[in-house]
Design a protein around this ligand. Sequence first.
Ligand code: ADP
Ligand code: MG
Length: 246
Amino acid sequence: MWSFWIGSRALEVSARVERNVAMKTRLARFPVVRAHDQFDFSFQPAHDGEESRELATARFVAHGENILLLGPPGVGKTHLAVSLGVAAIMQGISVVFFTVADLVDLVQQDVKEDRLDRRLHALCTPKLLILDEMGYVPLDQRSAQFLFRLISRRYQKGSIILTSNKSYGEWGDVVSDYVLATAMLDRLLHFSTTINIRGESYRLREKRKAGVFHDLAAMPMKGNPSTPRKTQVGGQNEITSGYDGL
Ligand code: ADP
Ligand code: MG
């Protein structure tokens, strides 16, 4: 009798956990759901996966730390960002995913409807915010200021995972304001881990193998990161890019 009761309680609890994970995954608005173990680390010579597996424990969220995933298109930045988000949800953490282009659209809409402050508040609520594709679209002044306020409000309180194809030195161009870009990076990087993903596009790998494309990875690309190096930033052990810095 007791064992039956305990068994059915365990089933109830696991069904509740599953419902909770499913709900949080829906609320996160991922473009596509990716698991961390679906990432082929052998394909990325510069990235052995050990650090990323530590990040998948989601401990960084408890400390309000940020993760920056940098690299050219197709190397798996979004995949890793989403999979770290999914791993965080498994730990009961609330997550929201936006592309920076989505954010720019929202800001433009919110300005018209006078609800920018409410948007800021809403984006400060989830414990983990994923901002994908910084650098693909230029930010107008209002969007850049909004992004700065968002980063400042979340500083040391709510983690951000940000992906970008741009080096830190190019952020001034992306937000058309070098002072603002430096201030954003100052807060983002203080407690953070930067992972550079190098190499060729995973998307184009098969096509290249079939001889459809030349080796795109061999082409010089503005902002293509060089070898990562370890430094100490804000007391954290960080992998920085070989980028030209802030
Ligand atoms: P990025 O955001 O850097 O442009 P994506 O994360 O969108 O790249 O990756 C492009 C596609 O290739 C996705 O379908 C992703 O799942 C897959 N992909 C990229 N890198 C890897 C990898 N190392 N292992 C498995 N799949 C990968
Ligand atoms: Mg992407």
